[in-house]
Design a binder for this molecule. Structure first.
Ligand code: BGC
Length: 761
């Protein structure tokens, strides 16, 4: 799709254009002669470099290494740059990259100070090579005070709205650049197949095609220059590859993935995002089939470089070179770990808190344990990226050319995205929308808690600091404002693990007809988010049960990063909204959906399990469902992939394909009409599946092949036409290669089905 300039325009640079002309002129004047490509310039520079300078380029430090105070994590506050450390790191060691924030978010002015310092010390080096700064701006520029915070990726996927996601990535790139940074560690292209995994919510869900499609759109939008010619940021695909499928469900634990599934499920999003031009990749901290990915020539060279033709840079994840020795035990020493990782194909090490990596890298090369050709290859890639991003020409005031952050338009976008990401999973007994005159009780640990809207990577790593979003309305505040304080009773005191005594719970609900429960999880990411049990804690489920038994309508809003199971109390809920992590605008979006001024349109981008101990994805195999004669019944999730109701009705008709028989090289054109037969306008995503009737590798029940979101007024009908190449029906066959087999297929959308035949002629 068009990553349109019109989106860029909405950033609204125009008001400042005049003031910027001079800055632009300075920048243009600094541009090198146009005829030399980034690669040529990088090559010329590489030839002048010493081994020590090259090793510096391959080193990435956390910002703490240039801040006052002890490293790690015992920093002086407020954070101050340390001139002695700056000289050591940037001039003496020539470190090529810095990452992260020192504990919490920076203002634009603080970021500016960082840029100025990096520039000042870089100019004191022999070759004046700029520093490439990396940041986890995964849902907006979440480490810059004042930037708009959008929904997390799992919600973006639920919105199924490629255009809005593209727009969001465009704004994010702008805000990251306005902070003086040029490298974004986003998007996450792991495929979430284990619901216990604490990074489930950082993904686009369980479907590889959805991750490939939305991920590629984000990559293009991040990296695209603005209409005014200002550069975007380099995207970084995370975490290559197989990270999302740890067998234990715990972060950074082993995955066992056969090559066929690896290619068909986990590699696909990376392959597509590389085709879309992704400039960097971060490696999976875990091991796959017993081999840490950081040590894997198969993944880092054979697949990534030889097959996928990736030309960008490969950066490790946090401490993962050292981890080959300390955690994975595939190296006897740190020094050996450095040789293993670099020889496997790593270009840059996120060290990030010691100077030993650089030291051992140099020693290894001097001792012939790492060939200079391997070093040159990596440094060339790093320098090329720096040239492509325009870093050599940029002075710290360069970032001033990017207009203000946190604009009204970006906030509106965040609200629209949040609204479109809410998934109405159940709505019985006219529970929703809540009637204007109805009085409600609001309770639950997430009712009045901003962090629960945003999750991790929000101002801090774990997202537990509310210093910078005190203006953001919680769900309770938004309901008070939009429904009216006189219609809302609030009962504080119910936590994730403990609820108030029954008498107190019931007393609070005495005069209300509906109880809205905001349940789910506190914030987390990575290891701190590991859980032993997927079940929603008992205390929270008790709230559902007690209020239903007291004759109230129970509306459940789940603010959580993964599908916590609650099948025993689900029948007690009249309505359920999966709200995920909708970001700063989430409170308002949820309140609007609850009172019916907005119509929900999200669809589940994952399968919601019924049982904590039994989970399958929607594209499971026949033997996993055909279990009719025995108990248990097989695949029977609580909510299927693609679930999502609306306050209106959408009716499908006239599903056709342009032919019955197709050749391998053909494209299938599908048409369908969708009508809004209800009373409210609304958006709707049509999901197109295929089913391979018979195949040499057991086929899945169905596979998602395309999706399209539309908006319809009451009574309106729209025709959708979508094209998919026959090759997109391929699977990875016995020889571990993608192939389409001739035979019969079913294509379906909603309940409509078309039979087609593929011939090999
Ligand atoms: C995470 C990455 C992140 C990096 C830098 C790691 O611990 O796994 O996703 O980009 O830290 O913050």
């Amino acid at each position: 799709m068009d990553r349109s300039y019109s989106n860029r325009k909405k950033i609204g640079l125009n008001p400042k254009v005049i003031g910027m002309v001079m800055l632009m002129a300075t920048w243009i004047a600094c541009q090198p002669a146009k005829e030399k490509s980034a690669e040529e310039r990088a090559n010329a520079l590489l030839k002048q470099m010493s081994l020590e300078e090259k090793a510096g380029q391959m080193t990435q430090f956390s910002i703490e290494m240039i801040l006052r105070g002890e490293t790690p994590f015992k920093l002086e506050k407020p954070h101050q740059l340390d001139t002695i450390k700056l000289r050591k790191v940037l001039v003496d060691m020539g470190v090529g990259s810095i990452l992260n924030v020192p504990g919490n978010t920076f203002t634009l002015a603080q970021w500016k100070e960082v840029s100025e310092a990096l520039y000042k010390y870089r100019m004191q080096t022999r070759l004046k090579i700029p520093v490439l700064y990396g940041i986890d701006a995964i849902h907006g520029a979440n480490y810059t005070v004042g930037a708009t915070l959008y929904p997390q990726q799992i919600n973006l996927a639920a919105s199924f709205n490629t255009d809005l996601i593209t727009e969001m990535a465009t704004y994010t790139a702008h805000d990251v650049r306005a902070s003086g940074l040029a490298w974004n560690f986003s998007p996450v292209l792991d495929v979430a197949r284990n619901p216990r995994w604490p990074r489930f919510w950082e993904t686009f869900g369980e479907d590889p095609m959805v991750a490939a499609s939305l991920g590629s759109s984000m990559v293009k939008a991040y990296q695209m220059p603005s209409e005014e010619g200002l550069p975007g940021v380099a995207a970084c695909l995370k975490h290559y590859v197989g990270y999302g499928d740890a067998r234990s469900g715990m972060d950074r634990t082993p995955a066992y993935i056969p090559e066929r599934q690896m290619r068909e499920i986990f590699l696909l999003p990376f392959a597509k995002a590389i085709e879309a031009g992704a400039q960097s990749i971060m490696v999976n901290s875990g091991e796959v089939n017993g081999e840490p990915v950081h040590a894997s020539k198969f993944f880092l060279q054979t697949i990534l470089r030889d097959e996928l033709k990736f030309e960008g840079i490969t950066v490790t994840d946090w401490e993962d070179v050292k981890n080959l020795y300390e955690r994975h035990k595939v190296a006897a020493t740190y020094k050996e770990a450095v040789a293993i990782a670099i020889n496997a194909g790593i270009d840059m090490a996120m060290v990030p808190l010691d100077t030993l990596f650089t030291h051992y890298l140099i020693e290894n090369v001097k001792e012939g344990l790492i060939p200079m050709s391997r070093i040159n290859e990596s440094v060339l890639r790093i320098l090329t990226l720096k040239f492509k991003l325009g870093l050599f020409e940029q002075i710290p005031s360069f970032s001033d050319q990017y207009d203000s952050i946190g604009s009204k338009q970006s906030k509106d976008l965040a609200l629209t995205l949040a609204t479109q990401s809410l998934v109405l999973l159940k709505n019985s007994n006219n529970a929703l929308p809540i009637a204007v005159e109805d009085k409600i009780l609001v309770t639950g640990p997430n009712a009045d808690y901003i962090n629960a809207l945003n999750g991790g990577w929000t101002h801090t790593w774990q997202g537990r600091d509310t210093t910078y979003n005190s203006e953001v309305p919680t769900c309770l505040e938004a309901l008070n404002r939009l429904k009216g304080k006189d219609k809302v009773v609030y009962l504080p005191g119910n936590t994730y693990e403990q609820c108030l005594p029954d008498e107190q719970l019931l007393l609070a609900a005495k005069n209300v007809s509906t109880v809205v429960l905001f349940l789910g999880e506190d914030t987390y990411t990575e290891k701190p988010g590991d859980i032993m049990d997927l079940e929603l804690p008992e205390a929270q489920q008790h709230l559902i049960k007690i209020y239903k038994q007291a004759g109230k309508k129970v509306v459940l809003v789940l603010l959580q990063g993964r599908p916590r199971t609650f099948s025993k109390t689900e029948p007690y809920c009249d309505a359920i909204i999966f709200a995920g992590l909708p970001g700063d605008a989430g409170g308002t979006a949820i309140a609007k959906v609850l009172i019916g001024t907005e119509n929900p349109s999200g669809k589940l981008p994952f399968t919601y399990p019924r049982y904590a101990g039994f989970h399958l994805s929607y594209d499971c195999k026949y033997t996993e469902v055909l279990n009719k004669d025995f108990k248990p019944l097989g695949f029977d999730p609580l909510f299927s992939f693609g679930s999502g109701l609306s306050y209106t009705n959408f009716t499908y008709s006239n599903f056709t394909c342009n032919q019955e028989n197709y050749k391998f090289t053909d494209t299938i054109t599908m048409h369908v009409s969708i009508s809004n037969t209800g009373k409210m306008e609304g958006s709707h995503t049509a999901l197109f599946y295929s089913k391979d009737e018979v195949a040499s590798i057991t086929p899945s029940l169905k596979k998602l092949r395309a999706f399209k979101k539309i908006h319809l007024k009451p009574g309106e009908r729209k025709n959708i036409t979508l094209q998919i190449p026959v090759q997109s029906l391929a699977f990875v066959g016995l020889a571990n290669k993608w192939l389409v087999e001739p035979g019969d297929f079913k294509l379906s959308v909603d309940t409509l089905v078309q039979n087609i035949t593929i011939t090999n002629k």
